[in-house]
Design a protein around this ligand. Structure first.
Ligand code: NAD
Length: 285
């Protein structure tokens, strides 16, 4: 099957990025959110990103304009998914929420439609188990910021068909992404490692081992990571990171128990870059 039209569900940090790279790759894109404000913010961010690409000479104005023309915003999910070839769901990391969206898409989408989830940790098999098309369910795990990060981790469940995998690998390649294929397991490759390292950094901060800046500097300069684990947690969103850890703690055990300091930050509304304050302060969030 050739994909022409994609619906992206959820216009948050990830959904808007996925919508942008999909439109830039030549796909027609319907972007959906329950919250109209998030759709407006997504539209603004996508325009800003594309304009920045033009200003830096990375893309031309023609690509910016055609990409924007390919994007349509919806608050009505059935309307947005009724004629698409691929759905990429990117709502918050909550199994029941994701399953309710998959159930609705399964009812409304054409039989050919592939249903993908951008979950960071969860089982596409479990999310897809409530559909009548588990062989057409898969996870496409994108990274933040989507237009800059090269990888899509593709996770197949026990039931994912070879054809579904092949289509999703081709779509990812058209988006200019590299892929790795993972057999489903909580947190896949990247979230499992990243959550563990990030959680340990929070424990160090809580224990007073060093300042946040020095923990990040040590990991960057000594271990050659491009970003420190605390900076990365702020970029991902501390609430998103906490949800990932809670799921990994539940599925993989004690070593993923969320650090109490991370929980405190989230309870205080310090969610990272997106709220202007996390481990660090951000003036222009
Ligand atoms: P976010 O909170 O920024 O965005 C989620 C969006 O989903 C919000 O705009 C919200 O209004 C919308 N939404 C909620 N319920 C909805 C519904 N029923 N229908 C339509 N829209 C709905 O979250 P995010 O950071 O973009 O994360 C989304 C998913 O991507 C999560 O599963 C997360 O684990 C995963 N992920 C996040 C990152 C990251 O760095 N933030 C990276 C990879 C994957």
């Amino acid at each position: 099957m050739e994909v022409h039209k994609i619906a992206v569900i959820g216009a948050g940090t990830m959904g808007r990025g996925i919508a942008q790279v999909s439109a830039m790759a030549g796909f027609q894109v319907n972007i959906v959110d329950v919250d109209d404000t998030r759709l407006k913010q997504a539209d603004k961010k996508i325009k800003e990103n594309l304009q920045k690409g033009v200003d830096l000479g990375k893309i031309d104005t023609g690509l910016m304009e055609t990409s924007l023309q390919r994007l349509s915003a919806f608050t009505d999910l059935p309307l947005a998914v009724q004629d698409v070839d691929l759905v990429i769901e990117s709502v918050p990391e909550d199994l029941l929420l994701k399953q309710s969206i998959f159930r609705k898409c399964d009812e409304v989408c054409p039989t050919r439609t592939i249903l993908a989830t951008n979950t960071s940790t969860m089982s596409p098999g479990e999310i897809g188990s409530i559909t009548k098309r588990p062989h057409q369910v898969i996870a496409m795990h994108f990274f933040n910021p989507v237009h800059l990060m090269k990888l899509v981790e593709v996770i197949r469940s026990l039931d994912t068909a070879d054809e579904t995998l092949a289509v999703v690998l081709e779509v990812s390649a058209k988006m200019g992404k590299e892929t790795v294929v993972v057999n489903e397991s909580p947190g896949f490759i990247t979230s499992r490692i990243s959550a563990l390292v990030g959680n340990e950094a929070f424990y160090m901060l809580m224990e007073g081992v060093a300042s946040a800046a020095d923990i990040d500097r040590a990991i960057k300069l000594g271990l050659n990571y491009p970003m420190g684990p605390l900076e990365l947690a702020d970029l991902v969103g501390l609430d998103v990171r906490l949800r990932n850890l809670q799921y990994l703690h539940q599925t993989l055990g004690e070593k993923f128990r969320p650090c109490p300091l991370l929980i405190k930050y989230v309870q205080a509304g310090r969610l990272g870059r997106k709220s202007g304050r996390g481990v660090y302060e951000y003036r222009n969030a």
